[in-house]
Design a protein around this ligand. Structure first.
Ligand SMILES: CC(C)(COP(=O)(O)OP(=O)(O)OC[C@H]1O[C@@H](n2cnc3c(N)ncnc32)[C@H](O)[C@@H]1OP(=O)(O)O)[C@@H](O)C(=O)NCCC(=O)NCCS
Length: 158
């Protein structure tokens, strides 16, 4: 079966991933908005276990933003593997800190990031109104019936 496979994601794959999991481009981050061509990313796949994931990022000097993360099946360890791979690449590229955003309804992702060394550094109140102005399809309710309103900003020193 072989080892897990990591390879760069193409812009077409990134766009497809965002369409499936985030309502499509642009991705609205805490540093800026992103089109698929603006970011880099990796596709991680472990054929033996059926686990996979896609993570994308943007590097700007010593700062960076992880723009999207998705792994499946959830809770299988795939998310940890792709975050490790992304952070290793960001360090290699000279980034000293990385930020990322998650929505106020996504308690699972919030716990996941905090356990992996991210700190809550800012709360962007009503950020989802600004996202909806760009992406009208973003719903008003998120996970577990929670109103989708605000955006947490998390940061990790690499
Ligand atoms: C968030 C996500 C990337 C995490 O990846 P994952 O493969 O599920 O995570 P892992 O299995 O590597 O890590 C499990 C961690 O997730 C969290 N978790 C797992 N199951 C959970 C549950 N039922 N409820 C809450 N948190 C849970 C825990 O923090 C757990 O930590 P642990 O190391 O102590 O077990 C993944 O669940 C995902 O793709 N979610 C949908 C997309 C998404 O929300 N992306 C983030 C947008 S900001």
């Amino acid at each position: 079966m072989g080892e897990p496979h990591v390879r760069p994601a193409t812009a077409v794959e990134i766009e497809a991933d965002w369409r499936e999991f985030t309502g499509g481009p642009p991705a609205v981050g805490v540093l800026r908005e992103y089109e698929p061509e603006d970011v880099e990313g990796i596709v991680w796949r472990d054929e033996a276990s059926g686990r996979s994931g896609v993570v994308t990022w943007w590097v700007d000097g010593k700062g960076a933003e992880i723009v999207s993360v998705h792994a499946e099946p959830q809770g299988s360890g795939a998310g940890t593997r792709i975050m490790d791979a992304a952070e290793e690449e960001l360090r290699r590229r000279g980034a000293k800190t990385v930020v990322l955003a998650t929505t106020n309804d996504n308690a699972r992702a919030l716990n996941f990031y905090i356990k992996r060394g991210y700190r809550l550094v800012r709360l962007h109140l009503d950020a989802m109104d600004r996202v909806r102005a760009r992406k009208p399809g973003v719903p008003s309710t998120g996970h577990d019936g929670v109103p989708l309103r605000d955006m947490w900003e998390l940061e990790k020193v690499l």
